[in-house]
Design a protein around this ligand. Structure first.
Ligand code: C2E
Ligand code: CA
Ligand code: CA
Ligand code: CA
Length: 274
């Protein structure tokens, strides 16, 4: 009851639920949504800024609600976390992303978002191992995106992340710079990449501080032997500034929007992106 109360507060405070939608009705609808085949993964391309070639995709979850239409993840992931459905949904995402990755060019990897709740148990490692095996996928083809939360450096989570790395998967810290304030966790977690939050990229042109901040993140990453990925690149100016900062990878509407798998074909080059 305590957890539900906290969730209710969070939902309303952040305005994540659509005005005309009762979150409890939506939560109820979630129960049958996986079995009903209502989820889809869309894929947004990620490019190397060193050679402008596509290196992979990020898998982004979509809910095609039979009455309400397409519901974005920010509207239902918090609900799924609240009612516990996120564990089953998270398994579905892993299995589908691995299945899709196996149909792509072998040079492309797929980044999967996972909820902090999925990192509390070793089960996710078995789910990943089984999906990789089922689809004959090399582990390096899958990347796991985690977010900075207060529990991220707990012994349980570190053990799960280490087991993922042992499997051969790569781990990225999503929305880097927006969450948990202490950087010390970076030295404890077995991560490979930092994803620079799009709020910093957005203000890159106008705010000198953002440029300094991104340069600082790239510097930190380099000294810790990590790579950087910039999110939310919406124009050429941002792209060039990110290259100047030494950022390794980028994604954003300017480079390619999230699309169903069927709409994505082959490895793309930045000059042909769109
Ligand atoms: P995220 O992981 O930070 O994903 C990036 C979000 O930015 C996506 O929103 C993407 O569509 C959007 N985006 C990409 N390029 C641009 C751009 O140039 N400009 C702007 N303004 N936005 C851009 P989306 O797809 O609505 O996903 C929202 C969040 O939902 C994700 O944020 C992630 O935290 C969560 N999410 C998505 N799929 C999953 C999933 O399978 N599992 C879990 N646990 N969370 C997911
Ligand atoms: Ca992400
Ligand atoms: Ca992000
Ligand atoms: Ca996010």
């Amino acid at each position: 009851a305590k957890a539900a109360g906290r969730g209710r507060f969070r939902l309303y405070r952040e305005g994540m639920v659509m005005a005309d939608t009762n979150p409890y009705a939506l939560m109820k609808d979630l129960e049958g949504a996986i079995g009903g085949g209502q989820f889809e993964l869309h894929y947004q391309p990620i490019f190397s800024l060193t050679d402008d070639r596509q290196t992979g995709y990020e898998a982004l979850l979509r809910w095609k609600h039979p009455e309400r239409g397409m519901i974005p993840p920010d509207h239902f992931i918090p609900l799924a976390e609240e009612c516990g459905q996120i564990l089953e949904l998270g398994k579905w995402v892993i299995e589908r992303a691995c299945r899709d990755a196996a149909t792509m060019e072998p040079a492309l990897s797929v980044a999967i978002n996972v909820s902090p709740l999925q990192l509390k148990s070793m089960e996710i490692v078995d789910v990943l191992r089984r999906s990789l095996e089922r689809h004959g996928l090399e582990p390096k083809r899958i990347e796991i995106e985690i977010t900075e939360t207060a529990g991220i450096s707990s012994a349980e989570v570190i053990a799960v992340l280490k087991a993922m790395r042992k499997l051969g998967l790569s781990i990225s810290v999503d929305d880097f710079g927006t969450g948990y304030s202490s950087l010390s966790y970076l030295t404890m977690l077995p991560v490979n990449k930092l994803k620079i939050d799009r709020s910093f990229v957005h203000d890159l042109e106008n705010r000198h501080e953002c440029r300094a901040l991104i340069a600082g993140i790239v510097h930190t990453a380099t000294s810790l032997n990590l790579k950087t990925v910039a999110e939310g690149v919406e124009d050429e100016v941002q792209l060039n500034l990110l290259k100047m900062c030494g950022c390794n990878f980028a994604q954003g509407y300017h480079l390619g929007k999230p699309r169903p798998l069927s709409a994505n074909a082959g490895i793309r080059h930045l000059s042909k992106a769109g």
